[in-house]
Ligand binder design. Structure first.
Ligand code: MN3
Length: 248
C-alpha cells in the first residue's frame, strides 16, 4: 500500500476531521513591550518568568489537554471557559485552569503599559465615579479586594452588559485560580494578577505594595475602549466580542 497516495474518501465527516486536525494550536503572543518596560513597578525578571515560563506553560498544557479532542481544538478561549459541561471530564479541570490562565494573562498584558497610570477619563471615568464615589475610592476598594484573595487568584473591574441606562453596572470582584468573570456572564474591563508569581521576587510577601505600585502601569486608554466597545474583539477574544463570541 502506498501510504503517500492522496485520500480518496471525500465524505463530509472525513473533511470535518481533517479540518479539526488542522485547527491551529493556541499560541503565546509576545509581550507588547520589553520585560523592563514596567520597571520599577514590576521588575524585568518577574515579567520574563511570568510571561515566558508561567503563561507559556498554560498555553502548552492547554494544547496538550486538547490534543486528543479535535472537535475542541478550534474553540475560542472564552468558549472553553463558559462551556465546561461540554468538555470531557478527563480534561475539564485542565482546560478550565489552562484556558483561564492563557485568557487572563493575555488580557492582563494588554491592560498594562509603560508610563501608564493616572486616572481614567471619558465615559469610564464618569461611570467609576458614579459607582464608587471617586477614582481614589475605587482604587482603594480594588486593592482591598485584591489583598483579601486567599491564595492564588485575580481581582477584576467588570461590567454586566444590558443593565438599565443611567445605572452603573460596574463592580469589583475576585476569582480563584484562573477563573474569569465571563463564567458569571460579566465582561472584564481591568484585571490584576494576585498570584505570588506576579510579585514575589520584588515584593516578597508584601502584596499590598505590589497592588499600590501597579496603578502606575495601568493602561487606562485600553480599559476605556473596552468599556465603550465591549463587542470589539481583541486578538484573543473572538469576533462578536468577549461575551457574545463565547457562545461560538
Ligand atoms: Mn500570573
Amino acid at each position: 500500500m502506498d501510504l503517500k497516495s492522496p485520500r480518496t474518501d471525500s465524505s463530509a465527516a472525513s473533511a470535518a476531521n481533517r479540518n479539526a486536525a488542522n485547527a491551529p494550536k493556541h499560541v503565546l503572543a509576545p509581550l507588547p513591550y520589553d520585560y523592563a518596560a514596567l520597571e520599577p513597578h514590576i521588575d524585568a525578571r518577574t515579567m520574563m518568568l511570568h510571561h515566558d515560563k508561567h503563561h507559556a506553560s498554560y498555553v502548552e498544557k492547554l494544547n496538550a489537554a486538547l490534543e486528543p479532542y479535535a472537535e475542541l481544538r478550534g474553540r475560542s478561549l472564552p468558549w472553553l471557559m463558559v462551556n465546561g459541561d461540554e468538555i470531557p471530564q478527563a480534561i475539564r479541570t485542565a482546560v478550565r485552569n489552562n484556558a483561564g490562565g492563557h485568557l487572563n494573562h493575555s488580557l492582563f498584558w494588554t491592560l498594562m503599559k509603560p508610563k501608564g497610570g493616572g486616572d481614567p477619563g471619558g465615559a469610564l471615568g464618569k461611570a467609576i465615579t458614579q459607582a464608587f464615589g471617586n477614582i481614589e475610592a475605587f482604587r482603594k476598594a480594588f486593592d482591598d479586594a485584591g489583598g483579601k484573595v486567599f491564595g492564588s487568584g485575580w481581582v477584576w473591574l467588570a461590567m454586566t452588559p444590558g443593565k438599565g441606562a443611567g445605572k452603573s453596572s460596574l463592580e469589583i470582584l475576585t476569582t480563584p485560580g484562573h477563573d474569569n468573570p465571563i463564567q458569571q456572564g460579566k465582561y472584564p474591563l481591568l484585571v490584576n494578577d494576585v498570584w505570588e508569581h506576579a510579585y514575589y521576587l520584588k515584593h516578597e510577601n508584601r502584596r499590598p505594595d505590589y497592588l499600590k505600585g501597579w496603578w502606575s502601569v495601568v493602561n487606562w486608554p485600553t480599559v476605556e475602549q473596552r468599556f465603550e466597545n465591549p463587542d470589539q474583539p481583541t486578538e484573543f477574544e473572538p469576533a462578536g466580542g468577549f461575551l457574545h463570541g463565547a457562545a461560538k
